[in-house]
Design a protein around this ligand. Structure first.
Ligand SMILES: Cc1ncc(COP(=O)(O)O)c(C=O)c1O
Length: 305
């Protein structure tokens, strides 16, 4: 796993030391502050079984090259598990194109209920032991992964995510051109909705990044352009001479909610040489944010530093 993970994609792997599993960190390059594919290749060995990495760091907002990572991992006969929590609310996921063996994300951050989603390639899921009782057959997927019965309310609530995405596609002109309700149309709706989201995020990100780039005492922590192929609209920064907590408190008073801290990616904060608990100032924007809100933020920041 990388050192730019949320701790939830680190601690469970470290726990496996109890059963003799050795874990290694894939550290960000100290100069580029990115994950180097060469560094990954040199970490892989004959005993490497699994690589687990985030699709997007919740601090940097940068999109990691998952397909290229998957190719390296598979060349070494290992498996790839991807944490998609910070990616899924921003872009369409195509697990086949990514060639991820496992892909996980939290549904409540992707316009759904407090549920989580695990994708796995079918033969791999078949090989995993059941968490249910012995009368549940091992090929009974997903039931075997449930220690008890299905949570019907949350599972059914997930269908609302599709309704929501479909509704977004009609937002511009009141007409959806993605068809009615077959699985193929659902896929088209997902792509159309996330294309619109990416375009809107780029506009929001450009406003904020242009402002931050022009401030000489400000450091953008992550990719400094809003290119939607490279980053999502999670934008972190620090300002020389200003405490992150002070910046957030001041902005709060103007009715704009931004946050500071390590966001449970404390190992990354420390690797960046930042103070663990002060971390970064993070502006987490989504498609429902407006340019007006970003301008309210930048005007407040402009008065501050
Ligand atoms: C990249 C990333 N991974 C994992 C998590 C953990 O998600 P949850 O709290 O839903 O388990 C988060 C939460 O912010 C995250 O940003």
């Amino acid at each position: 796993m990388s050192n730019s993970e949320h701790e939830s994609n680190i601690a469970p792997w470290l726990d496996l030391a109890r059963v003799g599993v050795e874990t290694r960190f894939w550290n960000i390059d100290p100069d580029s502050r990115e994950l180097s594919l060469d560094a990954l290749s040199s970490l892989m060995g004959p005993r490497t079984r699994l690589v687990s990495v985030t699709h997007v760091s919740n601090i940097f907002g940068t999109i990691n090259p998952i397909r290229e990572i998957a190719d390296i991992v598979h060349q070494h006969d290992a498996l790839l598990c991807v944490d998609g929590v910070a990616f899924a609310p921003h872009r369409a996921i195509d697990v086949r194109a990514l060639d991820a063996d496992f892909y996980v994300f939290s549904c409540y951050k992707t316009f759904g209920p407090h549920h989580a989603l695990l994708y796995g390639k079918l033969p791999l899921l078949r090989d995993l032991p059941s968490q249910n009782h012995a009368l549940v057959a091992n090929d009974n997927i997903p039931y075997k992964f449930q220690p008890g019965n299905v949570n019907y309310e949350l599972s059914y609530g997930m269908t609302g995510v599709m309704d929501y995405l479909r509704q977004l596609t009609t937002h511009d002109d009141g007409n959806s051109n993605v068809g009615s309700d077959t699985a193929v149309d659902d896929r088209a709706a997902v792509h159309k909705a996330f294309d619109m989201i990416a375009e809107h995020e780029e506009m929001l990100g450009t406003h904020l990044l242009d402002f931050l780039r022009d401030k000489p005492n400000t450091h953008i922590i992550g990719w400094d352009s809003a290119d939607p192929a490279r980053r999502v609209s999670i934008i972190s920064f620090t300002v020389d001479g200003f405490g992150n907590s002070d910046i957030v408190r001041t902005v709060d008073e103007h009715g704009v909610g931004i946050r500071f801290g390590h966001f449970y990616s404390a190992r990354l904060i420390e690797a960046l040489g930042l103070i663990r608990d002060e971390g970064v100032v993070r502006v987490s924007m989504a498609h429902y944010n407006t340019v007006d809100e970003v301008m309210r933020l930048t005007e407040t920041l402009d008065r501050l530093f």
